[in-house]
Design a protein around this ligand. Sequence first.
Ligand SMILES: [Zn+2]
Ligand SMILES: [Zn+2]
Length: 274
Amino acid sequence: MTAAAQIYIGCHLSVTAGYEAMGKTMLSFGGNTFAFFTRNPRGGKSKDLLPGDAAGLLALLERERFGKLVAHGSYTMNLCAANLQTRENGLDMLGKDLDRMEQLPGNFYNFHPGAHTGKGMEAGIQLIADALNRYLKPEMKTTVLLETMAGKGTEVGGRFEQLREIIDRVELREKVGVCLDTCHVWDAGYDLVHDLDGVLTEFDRVIGLDRLYAVHFNDSKNDRGSHKDRHEKLGEGKLGLEAMKRIALHPALSGRTKNGLIVCLPVGKLPQAV
Ligand SMILES: [Zn+2]
Ligand SMILES: [Zn+2]
């Protein structure tokens, strides 16, 4: 496999035992990347990254030729909430998370763009771009990934156009990419089962496949367009095993980025099927 066609595969791991420990766990699973929450996904509390632990993980990543890691921001971080306190809490989390990411330089920081909770899509998009313009710095080594969303409630990011709008309004847009969640995209209404080519062509037209750095490989409990965002075990949901396989093997996904594509599976061991 050439570097241009590299796919790195890993799953979500818990940070409880530390950072280097996650690297060792992923090695034992046979993967070569992983995702983790930068802080408690629902509560927002973060785990300290001690310098020795960071150095240990960085050495492991280099030695074992891991792909980039995908850190995931808290679900409670909402950069475009109508409530000012919620929005400020989100900004505080973003700033601190991005600071911490610089201790693991060169990796991805992926987050849910937010929900405008009544302010309107246009205002939501602007607030998210404002937050990125505030915290992205030219010297930063981290690439921020906006996640495609199911369009649940007032979520921003259920349409590719909304992500494109955010990126267009960010000054340091070379530091911004996209993480495609297969469950979310399906729930948002894009037909990954019957028209995978069409969806990827649409992604390329609106956002550009060169901005796609990671795929969250999730099946969905609900029908296309349900806007629910409820994940199902791989192959057991409405996307199904055949469609998931076609996505995993699609040449547009495996052959197009110099950094390789990161595929994140749900929590747990890597299934043999993928
Ligand atoms: Zn996510
Ligand atoms: Zn989800």
